[in-house]
Ligand binder design. Sequence first.
Ligand code: ZN
Length: 203
Amino acid sequence: MKIICIGRNYTDHISELQNEKPTAPVIFLKPDTAILLKKFPFVIPAFSNDVHHEVEILVKICKVGKYISPKFAHKYYDQIGLGIDFTARDVQNELKAKGLPWEKAKAFDGSALIGEFVQKESFESLENINFELHSNNKVVQQGNTGLMLWKIDELISYVSQYFTLKKGDVIFTGTPKGVSQVKNGDELKGFIEGKQVFKIQVK
Ligand code: ZN
C-alpha cells in the first residue's frame, strides 16, 4: 500500500506557515515503512529538534482506479479515519529553502500515525466532519472537513491523474491550523465527532 498526503488544504494553516495558497493540491508520498506500528510510541528522530503534529482526516481506498472523475470518486473509498502526519519542521524548512523534496522531513519511519477507521456511511455528511487533536488533554488542533480547499472527491480525482489508487491505500487530506512541536512525554489523542480513534505517547 502507499500513503498519499495532501499539503496546504486548509487556508488557516497556509497562513500559519506563511505559504502561498496553491492553485492545485500539493501532493507528497510516504512509504509503508512510515506507518507507526500499533501500540508503539512515537519516537522523536535524532535528526530533528522540531517535530510537529499535523492531525488529518484519512481516506481509505477500497478499489483500484485511475483517472477517476470527481462524480464517481465516492465509489473508490469506504472508510474515513484520523491520523497524524508527523513533520520534522526544521528539516522541511531547510529543504523548502533549497527547493528540494520533503521526504526526509515527512516520510521517515514512524511519521504516519493511522488511527481507527469508521465506515463513511456513518457520517451524515463528509463535508461536515469535526475532528480534534488533544495533547495532554488540551485541544491543540480542531478542524472541520467543510473548511478543506479541495474536498475528498476532488482530491481522489486529482491524485488519480498521477497515481493509480489501489485497495488499502490511504490519503492524508491535509491539516488545519494549530500545528506545534511534540515533546517527550506528550500524550496525543485524536477524535472524530467526539469518538476517540487514537492515543499515543511521544518519546
Ligand atoms: Zn500534513
